[in-house]
Design a protein. Structure first.
Length: 94
């Protein structure tokens, strides 16, 4: 019977610091992009509206908010995603 070797998964596939584009998708409601920015500013206070790219869906029912930012470690990236969880109207964060 062959022996199976178990390899440890790398701690992260990213090399830090890393410049990433996070995308938050949600219902096209007034203030959605502002709520996304406010949530991310809890982890990165220096973020401004200039870092946002807001695009409505074809039928204008949803908004995609793309945020370009630099993260310095996995814990910071995890904190950013956790802060997005509380955004009213959020459907998906990638």
């Amino acid at each position: 019977m062959p022996r199976h070797r178990h390899k440890k998964a790398p701690a992260s596939l990213l090399t830090f610091p890393a410049t990433l584009a996070l995308r938050a998708m949600g219902h096209n409601q007034p203030g959605f992009a502002d709520r996304v920015l406010a949530a991310l500013q809890t982890c990165q206070p220096a973020l401004t509206e200039a870092a946002l790219n807001v695009r409505p869906s074809r039928e204008d029912k949803y908004l995609a908010v793309t945020i370009t930012l630099t993260v310095h470690n996995q814990a910071e990236l995890d904190a950013l995603y956790n802060s997005l969880r509380g955004v009213e109207g959020l459907i998906l964060a990638v």
